[in-house]
Design a protein around this ligand. Sequence first.
Ligand code: BV8
Ligand code: ZN
Length: 251
Amino acid sequence: MAASSSIPDFALEVVKKADSITVLSGAGMSAESGVPTFRDAQTGLWERFDAAALATPEAWNRDPDFVWSWYMWRHHLVRATAPHAGHLALAQWEHSADVTIVTQNVDDLHERAGSSHVHHLHGSLFHFRCAQCSFAYSDEVDDSEPHESPRPPPRCQRCGGQIRPDVVWFGEMLPSKPWEAGVQAVDSCDVLLVVGTSGLVYPAAGLPQIAHEKGIPTIEINPDETPLSRECTVSLRMSAATALPILARSR
Ligand code: BV8
Ligand code: ZN
């Protein structure tokens, strides 16, 4: 694997010839839109808490109001952000190739940029369901400030149970449909872009290995080295908003 702070001709050539591109994105894809990554320290009330410790059934069962307020803070924060040049480049790319996004992120930045094939492995900040009967919750949620005073989650119209975010917490199984679509997209593309992920969370972090074993060229876009770097054909030590527009223009 070669690491490079500029885009080698090899990567431009691979992308130029590719009819189908799959993108595995992580929190670093949203960083330049102002959404803190899981590795970033959190702010405000949440700075004392590790995101990974809050994104668990145990945290929810211990204090649903606190966890609900954390998600309302993130919901409020993401609604105030906008897709960056990297998101827009991926959406534009759909005009000249098949582009499938397989994202670990729970924000909606890829969709707001215009990408039409997005699979959310870990759910969405903007979908909710009943923690008891799984009934989908479609009413408005109150994500207004201040988030520092934990508020109770809404109640299910069907059974009165607590409404939870429709995201995948640590220790929970991934929903089969996006997972199977993600495996299929990684297994059958001409090039895989691995953008803004630390490659630490499974089973998502196992997807690049599928492409690697099939000899599919894999381009990592991440300012830092990760455990996935050695499985990638080339690692671009660049940011998503910088590298993706250059790759998309090389079509
Ligand atoms: C599962 C949704 C089967 C919620 C998330 C013990 C018991 C149970 C399971 C496990 C266990 N031990 C291990 C596991 C498996 C566990 C796991 O992998 N743990 C890790 C921590 C070891 N996985 C699970 O639990 C999964 N389920 O395995 O089910 C099972 C079930 C029961 C029992 C056994 C097995 C569920 C995992 C999903 C968790 N939910 N999100 C929410 O968001 O609130 S995960 C969440 O964290 C994100 O979705 C994402 O996946 C992950 C963060 O990773 P990244 O996206 O990579 O972000 P990160 O901040 O880490 O890194 C950012 C990167 O971007 C960095 O590399 C940085 O350099 C780079 N970057 C920064 N700026 C930029 C940039 N890159 C480009 N441009 C920039 N500008
Ligand atoms: Zn219910």
